[in-house]
Write a protein that binds this ligand. Structure first.
Ligand code: PNW
Length: 462
């Protein structure tokens, strides 16, 4: 059933990790239990028209009440790593002030349950659920939020550092900053471009502050890093405006994060582009040193790549505002249910270029996966050919990047469960396990059995 698997896994390192990922708001539900306060996503869900179908996260996959069953499920799928996120409004309900022991206890139990099953816990400290009270105080455009994040991070770190070896500060700061504060597509739904650029810097500052403090408080050598959603930006042609459009896309999507994290400064071309748009990164003395605190692992989330043109439909290269045109052009590839094009070669190109531009930075694929329209049979089983093929082609892309010299140490599928897919609600399904939202019954899909077989074969080969 797993054709080509032998070739695929032959080139992977012996200690390559296999796992699955989720995030708190997307699966937990129980939004008002044990002292949790609203996050920006609860508020956003209550905004008419914000979420497809009017869906909300109140119950989601009810993971808060089904955690041991879900850990057993991960075990049954042969995965050795589980990446989950901690909900800030559970642990520190007001975004400042004392820890909430009842909220923290859930993650304490989760870690123990994982360890009891022999699964390595990988904690993400922030996967977008900012306490609403901090948004009311200005959110990520407010510099103070970075300090609040570092304080909250230490509450989680001090509680779990004896048992958790791998830590991610932020998941996808691009999404937090740009979808949240520039494009109004995610919570808090603001459309204020200059504020979004301030958010970028304060997110990175929060990462640097938290990383530095966690390192100082580490009881032993731990792996600390950040996860970015990154892609390859292809130019539509060799024409200068197209090449420049791809440069700008790569600048805002990848280099604005990786350059300060690894090289200690923002890319000069991006800073100049931002200035032309009336936006500025609010850097203060010492910030860049903090942001460049060494990390042990870069988490890479990959879904799709795009092609960019600097010409509009009429062949013009500037907009009415005098800014350069940036337009995405279809690569003419098949698409997932998200309407994202399926571009595995963009994954290889991305990983190889990160390895070249940022040498010495080990990578783990912390998310990769796809949404398709699943049709369960009478037993709830989904023969998800499209999702399985997506995993095959993207695992082959990872193997090819390793073959070309990239240091990639693991692969975590997005996602363990069908879950609350943000602005798309429950309509879009990324799970390798089907969730029936009426009964909360979980049924592994064909893609889950496929990944299980790949992981087990790789493990038995080493
Ligand atoms: C990631 N984009 O989000 C998140 O980390 C997950 O929580 C989410 O469920 C998953 O990908 C699937 O969407 C993204 O617009 C959201 O490019 C949007 C984009 C990328 C990643």
């Amino acid at each position: 059933s797993v054709s080509g698997a032998a070739d695929l896994i032959a080139g992977l390192p012996a200690d390559f990790r296999w796992g699955v990922a989720t995030s708190a708001y997307q699966i937990e539900g129980a939004i008002a239990e044990d002292g949790r306060t609203p996050s920006i996503w609860d508020t956003y869900c209550d905004t008419p028209g914000a979420i497809d179908n009017g869906d909300v996260g109140d119950v989601a996959c009810d993971h808060y009440h089904r955690m041991p069953e879900d850990v057993a499920l991960i075990k049954s799928l042969g995965m050795d790593t589980y990446r989950f996120s901690v909900a800030w409004p559970r642990v520190q309900p007001h975004g400042k002030g004392p820890v909430n022991p009842a909220g923290l206890a859930f993650y304490d139990k989760l870690v123990d349950e994982l360890l009891a099953q022999g699964i390595d816990p990988w904690v993400t400290l922030y996967h977008w659920d900012l306490p609403q009270e901090l948004e009311d105080a200005g959110g990520w455009p407010n510099r103070d939020t970075a300090y609040r994040f570092a304080d909250y991070s230490m509450m989680v770190f001090d509680a779990l550092k004896d048992r958790v070896n791998t830590w991610t500060t932020l998941n996808e700061p691009w999404c937090s900053a740009m979808l949240g504060y520039a494009y109004g597509a995610h919570a808090p739904g603001r459309r204020e471009f200059p504020r979004a650029i301030e958010a970028v810097h304060h997110l990175l500052l929060g990462h640097g502050l938290a990383t530095t403090r966690m390192r100082e408080a580490s009881p032993r050598k731990l792996d600390i890093g950040i996860t970015l959603n990154v892609a390859t930006a292809y130019p539509a042609s060799d024409a200068a405006p197209d090449v420049d459009a791809a440069r700008r896309a790569d600048g805002m999507g990848r280099r604005i994060y990786l350059d300060p994290l690894v090289h200690g400064h923002y890319p000069a071309d991006v800073v100049a582009d931002l200035a032309a748009e009336g936006a500025e990164l609010p850097i203060q003395k010492g910030d860049l040193e903090l942001i460049a605190a060494p990390i042990d692992v870069l988490g890479v989330n990959y879904y799709f790549s795009q092609k960019f043109s600097g010409f509009d439909e009429d062949g013009k290269t500037t907009t009415d505002d005098g800014l350069p045109v940036s337009r995405t052009i279809p690569l003419n590839k098949p698409r997932t249910a998200m309407d994202w094009e399926i571009v595995p070669e963009g994954f290889t190109d991305l990983l190889v270029s990160i390895a070249k531009d940022y040498p010495g930075l080990p990578m783990v694929i912390t998310e990769n996966g796809s949404a398709f329209e699943d049709t369960p049979d009478e037993n709830g089983f989904v023969a998800d050919e499209g999702r399985t093929a997506y995993f095959t082609s993207h695992l082959a892309a990872v193997a090819e990047a390793i073959n070309q010299g990239a240091d990639i140490r693991g692969y975590l599928a997005w996602s363990l469960l069908d879950n609350f897919e943000w602005a798309y609600g429950y309509v879009k399904r990324f799970g390798i396990v089907r969730v029936d939202y009426d009964t909360q019954v979980r049924t592994p899909k064909q893609s889950a059995l496929y990944l299980k077989e790949i992981a087990e074969r790789h493990r038995s080969n080493r």
